[in-house]
Design a protein around this ligand. Structure first.
Ligand SMILES: Nc1nc2c(c(=O)[nH]1)N[C@H]1C(S)=C(S)[C@@H](COP(=O)(O)OP(=O)(O)OC[C@H]3O[C@@H](n4cnc5c(=O)[nH]c(N)nc54)[C@H](O)[C@@H]3O)O[C@H]1N2
Ligand SMILES: Nc1nc2c(c(=O)[nH]1)N[C@H]1C(S)=C(S)[C@@H](COP(=O)(O)OP(=O)(O)OC[C@H]3O[C@@H](n4cnc5c(=O)[nH]c(N)nc54)[C@H](O)[C@@H]3O)O[C@H]1N2
Ligand code: SF4
Ligand SMILES: [Mo]
Length: 664
């Protein structure tokens, strides 16, 4: 029997593999034998006919892609990189890569190519949380563990649909509810998560700052402030208190769209709850004020001292299986490596560690900037930016202009592949091994369960081949992912708060390692004066405005059995899908106005583009809002490309649209 871990979502469920069968790991701390439909079907996704199995190449996008050898493909790539100014090279990676993959890519690009143009799709996902954590705590750190919900009295889920996006964690929430946990859900849609809540608050899209500011104001007014904790551990309290005196509660409440009664009902539960966890995901992060939304929520915990105590804390739920690992390695262009930035001292340390003098001292391009920066070479690995970046018509226009687009993918049906000049076949989950960090700092190991398909290679090996061809043979002579992990572990010693170096690679599949436990027990913050920062933030209403022509707000998100673009999950016959993959949730009032019927195909139109979708009339959505899942691959033709100014995360959940009948 081989123990491994699911490669889909941030929960990171343990799996057992025996005689070709996959099941949940019963002794695993997180899932205790339970898995969702995605986890259990991991093996099926390896066997699909849509795998990419050979390297492909073409001169121009007008030509057909032709099979080529690895030698030739790597040769062409190395030549392109060698002859291109490093500022004109970009690497766009993914929160689904293994830690070893990130490590090699980051070392190659930041350490040896001399550009910090390495970013990951976490930019579109967790970057608002990363920035907010740093602003509030001094480092990007998640202070809560999943098991904490069993010690909490109240769990607030803000813009998080755990029933579909973190399924096994959701099962734990239901278990905790049976033991007395109260649940409050803030979401413009009555999701399956909201259906198990003790209180559901259908707030207006984009109004979470107002909501959490109301909570902070009340905490201060009703003396629920933990003064001792603040005195010892928190900056800016007086400032915040004075600011809140001046902002009128009525205005904030109005903007949330909630009634006074609804808020008071919330407050009754809140004020009497000793232990509170507030968890959030894309409903807060994916916003033009994503960082501020995070900070507004974090403020409530700092004020009441409900952090670094069992069953308490602000809990950012990471989406992808190893987005955390990427953040730890330094996969974002706005950080260097192992939580270090671009100050002189950090660059010196990292340069010494990698034995290089090439590190650039300015942050690199982020996801969307890579497209507008007129790059000459763009390497895209384990992600599908043409599918997932906002304002797709613009994305397509920009990517077409990049002379060399290299796609490393395990499947051949991504949207990006239509724009690739070179495609390299990666070995997917099950055909390779390596480590990942889940949403609560647990480091686990994926195991190789079947042989690697003949011409496919683990992602780290592909980056290493490129590095070696470029002449960096000494720095890139790893024989295994274990060797890479060990070098990474050594590197984490450069950041004193990182203790991954205590983990043992060979033990990880049996015994996952949780990093950062000391930070929690010592209640440490990492700002200059070692205290956490409160931040006064306000809803500036910066998202796209609706109008007579585009009167509805489009929200996008997950469905339980589909993984994003569906290259792995959209398999005929294999998954029992509980929901159609294409639907547009519309409130009955809007449906009536337009005389729409269920299952009717409609056009959804924004100022940027239009797509088709299928009507699903439901009371479960606010009248001013519609919802289309990201399993509709075209959804980003509609979305606006406004970005949060600090995190540069897109505002996916707030695009102005209208609906038209096809025959009108
Ligand atoms: N089945 C499945 N699971 C997944 C994934 C997948 O593709 N499929 N992807 C993974 C990834 S990468 C991620 S990032 C996570 C995402 O996990 P979640 O963020 O939990 O999932 P979403 O459906 O994107 O969005 C969550 C909710 O935010 C609500 N929302 C939108 N706007 C607002 C707002 O302004 N305020 C509030 N309070 N709520 C709002 C939406 O209605 C939606 O119900 O899921 C992970 N898990
Ligand atoms: N409108 C809208 N847009 C969104 C979001 C939203 O909520 N709304 N969410 C955003 C978020 S949070 C995220 S995380 C992104 C997700 O967006 P993407 O990352 O583009 O989504 P995936 O479909 O998961 O893409 C993963 C790719 O990796 C490939 N792959 C699978 N296994 C391997 C492997 O082992 N190696 C390699 N090299 N490739 C492999 C898959 O075939 C697939 O093409 O979308 C973002 N875009
Ligand atoms: S909950 Fe997440 S980690 Fe667990 S089996 Fe489902 S997709 Fe995999
Ligand atoms: Mo994500």
């Amino acid at each position: 029997m081989i123990k491994s871990v699911c490669g889909y979502c941030g929960v990171g469920c343990g799996l057992e593999f025996e005689e070709d069968k996959l099941r949940g790991d019963v002794v695993y701390p997180i899932n205790e034998g339970k898995v969702c439909s995605k986890g259990v079907s991991e093996l099926l996704s390896i066997q699909t006919p849509t795998r990419l199995l050979r390297p492909h190449i073409r001169e121009s996008l007008h030509d057909e892609l032709k099979i080529t050898s690895w030698d030739n493909a790597i040769d062409v790539i190395a030549k392109k990189i060698k002859t291109t100014n490093s500022d004109k090279i970009g690497f766009y990676l993914s929160g689904q890569l293994l830690t070893e993959d990130y490590y090699i890519a980051n070392k190659l690009v930041k350490g040896f190519l001399g550009t910090n143009n390495v970013d990951t799709n976490s930019r579109t996902c967790m970057s608002s949380a990363v920035v907010a954590h740093k602003k509030a705590f001094g480092i990007d750190f998640v202070p809560v563990r999943m098991e904490d919900i069993f010690k909490a009295n109240l769990l607030i889920l803000a813009g998080a649909n755990t029933a579909e996006a973190h399924v096994v964690f959701h099962n734990n929430i239901k278990k905790a509810k049976k033991k007395g946990l109260k649940i409050i859900v803030l979401d413009p849609r009555l999701t399956d998560t909201a259906k198990i809540a003790d209180l559901y608050l259908p707030l207006k899209v984009g109004s979470d700052i107002d909501f959490f500011n109301l909570v902070s104001k009340r905490i201060i007014e009703e003396n629920l402030v933990d003064e001792k904790f603040i005195e010892e551990n928190v900056n800016n309290y007086e400032l915040l208190r004075n600011k809140f005196k001046r902002v009128p509660a009525t205005k904030m409440l109005k903007r949330t769209g909630l009634s006074k009664e609804q808020f008071e009902e919330f407050w009754e539960i809140y004020k009497d709850s000793e232990n509170i966890i507030s968890a959030w995901t894309m409903g807060l992060n994916q916003s033009v004020q994503g960082v501020d939304k995070n900070l507004a929520l974090i403020n409530t915990h700092l004020l009441s001292g409900k952090i670094y105590k069992e069953g308490n804390g602000p809990f950012s739920l990471t989406g992808q299986p190893n987005a955390m690992g990427g953040r730890e390695v330094g996969g974002l262009s706005t950080m260097l490596a192992v939580h270090m930035g671009f100050e002189k001292e950090s660059i010196k340390k990292v340069s010494q560690f990698w034995d290089t003098n090439k590190i650039d001292n300015k942050p690199g391009l982020t996801a969307t900037q890579m497209l507008s920066a007129k790059l000459d070479v763009l390497v895209i690995c384990h992600t599908d930016p043409v599918y997932h970046l906002p304002n797709r018509n613009k994305v397509e226009r920009l990517i077409k202009k990049i002379p060399t687009v290299i796609e490393i993918n395990a499947y051949d049906n991504s949207e990006t592949s239509n724009f690739a000049h070179i495609k390299l076949p990666a070995a997917p989950w099950g055909e390779k091994e390596g480590t990942q960090t889940n949403l609560d700092r647990t480091i686990t190991k994926q195991e190789k369960l079947t042989r690697t398909s003949i011409d496919c290679k683990p992602d780290w090996e592909i980056f290493q081949l490129i590095a070696q061809k470029l002449g960096f043979k000494d720095a890139f002579n790893f024989e295994s992912s274990k060797e890479i992990f060990q070098e990474y572990q050594e590197m984490t010693k450069l950041s004193s708060h990182m203790d991954m170096h205590k983990a043992n690679y060979d033990d990880l599949s049996n015994e996952p390692f949780v990093w950062g436990k000391d930070i929690v027990s010592k209640k440490e913050f990492f700002t200059k004066n070692k205290k956490a920062n409160l931040h006064f933030v306000q809803n500036k209403l910066m998202s796209e405005k609706t109008s007579l022509k585009y009167p509805l707000i489009l929200v996008t998100g997950r469905t339980r059995d589909q993984w994003h673009s569906g290259t792995k999950t959209n398999l005929p016959k294999t998954l029992l899908k509980f929901k159609d993959l294409d639907f547009c949730e519309i409130n009955p009032t809007n449906a009536k106005k337009l005389a729409l019927e269920n299952d009717e195909i409609i056009k959804v139109i924004s100022i940027r583009g239009e797509i088709k979708s299928k009507v699903l009339i439901t009371e479960n959505i606010r009248e001013d809002t519609i919802f289309i899942p990201v399993s509709n691959r075209d959804v980003n033709y509609l979305t606006n490309d406004l970005l949060d100014k600090d995190s540069l995360q897109p505002d996916y959940n707030h695009s102005a649209v209208r609906i038209e009948k096809i025959n009108s």
